[in-house]
Write a protein that binds this ligand. Structure first.
Ligand code: BJW
Length: 238
């Protein structure tokens, strides 16, 4: 099964990726047996309430992951590269929406990309909302906002539970107009991303899941193929 089986060359594609696509690059998923939520409580590190309770703990969690991303062993894999190559050659609209906060899609060469859950390499000030891209050093409660000069308000630019994911209007517009929706390496447990397949189906799109195992929403997809992303994705987009 390949993209060519499903589409005309100018059709519109929306691709959703999750933590599974970066697993073979050496980054942890969340809900696998050895995943992040097996080691830390999501209420402590991925909610605004957790951050208000213990910002030092939350900073340590994201600082560790930001440093992990700079490990030379962590590089885009064949699945990231295949999606970047697809974007280069596709004549129709193609929107890549990732739930991941890593930068492996960019490093592989993808450009038309939305980080709906934010980015590990960006921070923003809770006081003045100004954003700093390419934040490389550890974040702490001592950091001063470069824009408003206030201390204690800098936080990772990531979307926690109860917060609104980014660029939802643009994503729903693309889902409403797509001919193919592909979901890669996501467990289908977290909304609104888990609801995208229903939006795409309502728009009449073909829907395909490529995941190591059937996701929570596998039955909603017209096609669901199981295996590692580095094998399935290059084969699917070829
Ligand atoms: C492989 C592989 C290999 C492994 N190859 N595959 C109903 C409707 C709307 C909202 C809700 C709702 N019910 C509940 C909600 C609220 C909530 C929610 O969804 N809760 C659920 C737990 C039920 N959602 C929210 O709060 C969201 N905001 C929101 O809804 O705003 C609207 C609103 C706001 C306020 C009031 C009212 C409305 C925000 C969600 C934010 C999620 N944030 C996190 C942390 C971000 C930063 C960080 O990285 O630390 O995002 S949680 C975490 O989960 C992270 C991920 O992006 C997200 C999804 O995880 P993902 O990518 O699916 O990873 P896994 O680990 O779950 O799955 C990996 C998969 O890969 C597995 O299936 C493996 O098998 C597979 N795999 N190796 C291929 N080699």
């Amino acid at each position: 099964m390949t993209i060519a089986n499903h589409l005309k060359p100018t059709d519109s594609i929306v691709i959703l990726t999750g933590a599974g696509i970066s697993k073979e690059s050496g980054l942890d998923t969340f809900r696998c047996a050895d995943g992040i939520w097996a080691k830390v409580d999501l209420e402590d590190v991925a909610t605004p309430e957790g951050f208000a309770r213990d910002p030092v703990l939350v900073h340590r969690f994201y600082n560790d992951r930001r440093r992990g991303l700079r490990d030379p062993a962590v590089q885009p894999n064949a699945a990231h590269r295949a999606l970047a190559e697809l974007e280069r050659r596709w004549k129709g609209d193609l929107l890549l929406v990732t739930q991941n906060i890593d930068d492996l899609h960019e490093r592989a060469g993808s450009h038309t990309l939305i980080h709906m859950h934010g980015e590990l390499n960006a921070v923003f000030c809770r006081h003045c909302r100004s954003k700093v891209e390419n934040w490389t050093h550890d974040l702490s409660v001592e950091d001063v906002c470069p824009s408003c000069a206030r201390k204690g308000g800098m936080r990772p630019d990531v979307v926690w539970f109860g917060e609104m994911p980014y660029q939802m209007e643009r994503i729903y517009r693309a889902l409403g107009a797509c001919d193919l929706f592909v979901s890669i390496g996501t467990s289908g447990n977290v909304y609104p991303a888990a609801g995208f397949v229903a939006e795409a189906r309502n728009a009449g799109a073909m829907t395909v899941e490529l995941n190591l195992e059937p996701s929570a929403g596998a039955s909603l997809f017209a096609d669901s193929v199981n295996g590692p992303a580095t094998e399935l994705v290059p084969a699917f987009v070829s």
